[in-house]
Design a protein around this ligand. Structure first.
Ligand SMILES: CC(C)(COP(=O)(O)OP(=O)(O)OC[C@H]1O[C@@H](n2cnc3c(N)ncnc32)[C@H](O)[C@@H]1OP(=O)(O)O)[C@@H](O)C(=O)NCCC(=O)NCCS
Length: 169
């Protein structure tokens, strides 16, 4: 059962956020994906943030949005090439409070406003129900190898509504 929701504030990623987002990413993978992936699989996945410079560059090279609750970072989403929801991670102590939904809403709106008709996500098994509940449809099952570990995920897509007209012509 869901706890009370929160209404996070959203803002663009700033370079100074990178260490906090790296720690949040690791904690999110370690705790929120524990039912779906083994310790070794999660360790391999979380190692994507070990090189913070590379991780920061990945965030900066996409359209990354940060969610704030009580002035602290509660999650982030990263939209790549306006068509791929590349990263979506929520702080474990704030899971199931609507933070992921707020971030996904924002990413979908931004992508739609940039003319994207279909948004894709390589959904982890831990996030599959979350995306299905938002109208994403499974397209293919994949296996990716990270640091010698094999992890399953699912390519899912969502058709985005046309952006509202910009005004009277
Ligand atoms: C997936 C994730 C981003 C969801 O964030 P969240 O803030 O907990 O999600 P929300 O509270 O907005 O959930 C909205 C709805 O999605 C569904 N949902 C979310 N998490 C779910 C879960 N673990 N199992 C089943 N349904 C889930 C529910 O329908 C939920 O509504 P409800 O709580 O009223 O039942 C978060 O669990 C996470 O960071 N997971 C680990 C990292 C990961 O796998 N990221 C995705 C990479 S592709």
């Amino acid at each position: 059962m869901a706890q009370h929701g929160v209404s996070p504030g959203l803002r663009p990623f700033l370079p100074g956020d990178a260490p906090t987002l790296a720690a949040l990413f690791r904690a999110s993978v370690e705790e929120l994906a524990a039912e779906d992936y083994s310790d070794d699989q999660r360790e391999a996945w979380a190692s994507a943030a070990d090189d913070e410079e590379v991780f920061a560059a990945k965030l900066a090279n996409a359209l990354t949005i940060v969610a704030l609750v009580g002035g602290e970072i509660a999650g982030f989403a990263s939209l790549k090439d306006n068509t791929l929801l590349d990263m979506l991670y929520v702080r474990p102590d704030l899971a199931r409070r609507g933070v992921g939904s707020s971030l996904a809403d924002a990413a979908e709106k931004l992508a739609g406003a940039r003319g994207t008709k279909k948004l894709t996500v390589e959904a982890s098994d831990a996030a599959r129900d979350f995306f299905a509940a938002r109208g994403y449809v499974a397209q293919s099952r994949n296996t990716v190898t990270i640091g010698g570990e094999w992890l399953g995920n699912t390519t899912m897509t969502k058709d985005l509504a046309a952006p509202p007209a910009s005004g009277p012509h």
